[in-house]
Design a protein around this ligand. Structure first.
Ligand code: ATP
Length: 228
């Protein structure tokens, strides 16, 4: 993924939420996106997901220029991007198995493949034997594992995680990070926006810090590096 002077100014705003960003994230990297509230992290992720479009400059994701992609091709792009959020976003009336299977049903995967892929992925995230439960019968950490399974079941090129440990206690968060690290080792790019300084300090991965829409720090094995 690459930003070439990628800029986003929201309608009616004077200041750009992202200001001429130049950076590249290559396949298989693990990247933390940090920065104070309002620094532009969500806007960065929204451009990649094409939930927003750059006002100027270029953003390339999975070899495509985001702004040139016709809207009917957007679902195909999003299939290559798994997403995980702070608030899990599971379907409450579906079981764990159904939540994960749903991600494959909507893209038209055949039933026999779904039957194979879902248990495999639940196993990978440490939820084997819990497929029949509903989200309210799981701990927060387990619910986040379901969300990760759902994001990963289709083996996306990039996993985007927006504050995935934001609702979890520190030891549960460590378990979630081990899982994201494992997924990264399978050659999936992981891009994680976070305010969790202890996680960033423990992992020592690439850290990109934004401030007022600009990159103010980009370190290969960085730390969180600023006060919340
Ligand atoms: N829809 C919008 N309309 C106008 N301005 C917006 C919109 N969304 C974000 N902004 C502005 O763009 C800037 C960047 O916001 P953004 O949400 O990307 O920050 P963030 O780093 O994700 O913050 P947080 O850590 O609080 O989620 C802020 O100044 C914000 O007020």
């Amino acid at each position: 993924m690459r930003f070439d002077k990628g800029t986003k100014t929201y309608p009616g705003q004077k200041r750009a939420a992202l200001d001429r960003l130049d950076l590249e994230i290559t396949k298989g990297e693990f990247v933390f996106l940090v920065g104070a509230s309002g620094s532009g992290k969500s806007t960065f992720l929204r451009l990649i997901l094409r939930e927003a479009r750059p006002t100027s400059g270029h953003v390339y994701v999975a070899g495509k220029e985001i702004n040139k992609l016709s809207s009917w091709k957007v679902p195909k792009l999003r299939r290559q991007l798994g997403t995980v959020f702070q608030d899990f976003r599971l379907l409450p009336n579906k079981t764990v198995f159904e939540n994960v299977a749903y991600a494959l049903e909507v893209i038209g995967k055949p039933r026999d493949e779904i039957k194979k892929l879902v248990p495999e992925t639940l196993d990978l995230v440490g939820l084997d034997g819990k497929g029949h439960r509903r989200p309210d019968e799981l701990s927060g950490g387990e619910q986040q594992r379901v969300a990760i399974a759902r994001a990963y079941v289709n083996r996306p090129m990039i996993l985007i995680a927006d504050e995935p440990t934001g609702n979890l206690d520190p030891s549960t968060s460590v378990g979630i990070m081990k899982l994201l690290d494992r997924i990264n080792r399978e050659d999936t790019t992981v891009l994680m926006a976070t305010h969790d300084s202890s996680i960033v300090d423990q992992m020592r991965k690439r850290v990109i810090e934004l401030d007022e829409g600009r990159v103010v720090r980009d370190e290969a094995r960085g730390i969180y590096g600023y006060e919340n």
